[in-house]
Design a protein around this ligand. Structure first.
Ligand code: SF4
Ligand code: FES
Length: 247
């Protein structure tokens, strides 16, 4: 396949970025989107030009680092698929593809397609954990977890922290991410002790980082590579108001 790419190039957080046109030649349709970018970078290297910076680690949809806007859609056109698992066969030979970093005030562009997502880390630090002095690991069946609760918690825990939900939201809201982390822990018996404080602190941290409010556009759910449900946001809002009223 031959493709025309328009890629966002930006030297650093302070520099003014711009779209730059590249030609990607002889791309194998079975390559992933990131492998296609690798080929572009090899060509740039050979010409002595600066390769395109993009974030990646696992390349198997679990680390959450590879997000980018592909033709205006977070992670590209394939539903429930991270950019690293998107294959070039989903594009047409001769197609023009626009590639940009996440666009959100809370995720400043560090270089080209790489953004700073440490705002997510700070939300997790505010309450996305369970603090217990457990001693030796307890016997697995000491605390029974109903199957339905366990499955809902596992679904919420599937969030990989990629930030696509923020990038797709017209409000730049981190509600899907934050609510998934809250729901995951609040659904489990081990998460009950800190339940109230968790939701209050994490929502406060989300606001403090400059993320917008959720007004139910549902764009987050549509682009989430892990199929995180909007129901988690309803759960977070309910938990938040219950905690506010009782505090
Ligand atoms: S909720 Fe989905 S889109 Fe948002 S950070 Fe988690 S995995 Fe990514
Ligand atoms: S590189 Fe890890 S999710 Fe894409």
């Amino acid at each position: 396949m031959n493709l025309t790419l328009h890629i966002w190039r930006q030297k650093n957080v302070h520099a003014k970025g711009k779209m730059v046109r590249y030609e990607a030649r002889d791309i194998n349709p079975d390559m992933s989107f990131l492998e296609m970018l690798d080929v572009v970078n090899w060509t740039l290297n050979e010409k002595g030009e600066e390769p395109v910076a993009f974030d990646h680690d696992c390349r198997e949809g679990i680390c959450g680092s590879c997000g980018m806007m592909i033709n205006g859609i977070a992670h590209g056109p394939q539903r429930a698929t991270a950019a690293c698992q998107l294959h070039m066969r989903h594009f047409k030979d001769g197609e023009t593809i626009f590639i940009e970093p996440w666009r959100s005030k809370a995720f400043p562009v560090i270089r080209d397609l790489v953004v700073d997502r440490t705002a997510f880390d700070r939300i997790i630090q505010a309450g996305g954990y369970i603090s217990v002095r457990s001693g030796a690991a307890p016997e697995a069946n000491t605390i029974l977890v109903p199957k339905e609760q366990a499955e809902l918690a596992m679904d919420a825990a599937a969030c990989i922290g990629c930030g696509a939900c923020v990038a797709a939201c017209p409000n730049g809201s981190a509600s899907l991410f934050t609510s998934a982390k809250i729901a995951h822990l609040n659904l489990l018996p081990q998460g009950q002790t800190e339940r109230k404080q968790r939701v209050l602190s994490m929502v406060q941290a989300m606001d403090h980082e400059g993320f917008g409010n959720c007004t139910m556009h549902r764009e987050c759910e549509a682009v989430c590579p892990k199929g995180i449900s909007l129901k988690n946001i309803a759960t977070m809002n309910r938990e938040f108001w219950k905690a506010m009223i009782s505090s």
